[in-house]
Design a binder for this molecule. Structure first.
Ligand SMILES: Nc1ncnc2c1ncn2[C@@H]1O[C@H](COP(=O)(O)OP(=O)(O)OP(=O)(O)O)[C@@H](O)[C@H]1O
Ligand SMILES: [Mg+2]
Length: 254
């Protein structure tokens, strides 16, 4: 099992990249696959054609609140980790033919709920073992990821745009990962669709992380996002899809 996490500044194309990676893994038969939307705005769901409400599924935040907070922490003889894990399997996990999906949701974004957070981490550790790849769209910062979702990932992809701020984002994200003792094997740079291709080497030299290439700018993808179509339905010759496929091929994942 490998956990791949996508981070980056607002609007750099994190969710689209995560959806395109999912399409690559699905087309290559690299299953089972779990997608985790750690964005309170839940853009990833729409990009995958997932409607949680319609499927009668709850977000993890809702399940934590109903399991630990509304019920006042009543003990039922089952450890918290197992309690939340079974709630996630029953009521949180969206299952489709090609992938499973979880949304973290919003409710408990503020405040420190140490017990639910650690129960959730334990539950996800157990649950994610069932997958070959776990893809996390994680805009809220590695400190949040570390506190609530997982402290150990394989790859972190930081998506760059054409601003100096996105370089700063990389430095800060790396520093935070070290500070919160997040374990990871690789920290990679990826040029977002607005990133000038020729700056790949510059970014690599300045930031000292491997630059994996650029996500192609693509009008068709943008149209799909605007009209709420699933990016999984993009044609196989779509330029943005092909550029992500190349990145994953170079990593040996396809
Ligand atoms: N390869 C691409 N080519 C053209 N437009 C793109 C591409 N990728 C993303 N976009 C557009 O950029 C916008 C932001 O994309 P996306 O939602 O993937 O970014 P994000 O980093 O997840 O944003 P946020 O920080 O709000 O979560 C969307 O309107 C999307 O259509
Ligand atoms: Mg997003």
């Amino acid at each position: 099992m490998k956990i791949l996490v996508t981070i980056g500044r607002g609007g750099t194309g994190k969710s689209s990249f995560t959806a395109l990676m999912a399409k690559c893994f699905i087309e290559a038969g690299q299953s089972p696959l779990l997608l985790v939307d750690a964005d309170p705005d839940q853009n990833l769901a729409e990009m995958l054609g997932v409607d949680l409400k319609e499927a009668g599924k709850a977000t993890i935040a809702d399940l934590l609140v109903s399991t630990f907070i509304e019920q006042g922490g009543t003990t039922v003889g089952v450890p918290p980790t197992q309690r939340i894990e079974s709630r996630i399997w029953e009521s949180g996990l969206y299952e489709s033919q090609n992938f499973d999906f979880l949304a973290v949701g919003t409710k408990w974004v503020e405040g420190c709920y140490c017990m639910p957070n650690s129960a959730l981490k334990g539950a996800l550790e157990s649950l994610t073992k069932n997958y070959r790849f776990v893809l996390v769209d994680s805009p809220a910062g590695l400190e949040n990821l570390n506190r609530r979702i997982t402290s150990h990932v394989n790859d972190i992809f930081d998506i760059l745009d054409h601003s100096k701020k996105s370089m700063d984002h990389v430095k800060r994200a790396y520093k935070i990962a070290k500070e919160v003792d997040m374990k990871f094997e690789n920290f990679y740079l990826i040029g977002g669709y607005r990133f000038p291709e020729k700056l790949g080497n510059v970014a690599e030299a300045e930031l000292k992380f491997k630059y994996l290439g650029k996500i192609a700018e693509d009008e068709q993808l943008d149209d799909y996002v605007l009209s709420g179509k699933s990016l999984l339905d993009l044609p196989k010759d779509n330029p943005a899809y092909l550029s992500v496929q190349k990145i994953l091929q170079n990593l040996g994942y396809l």
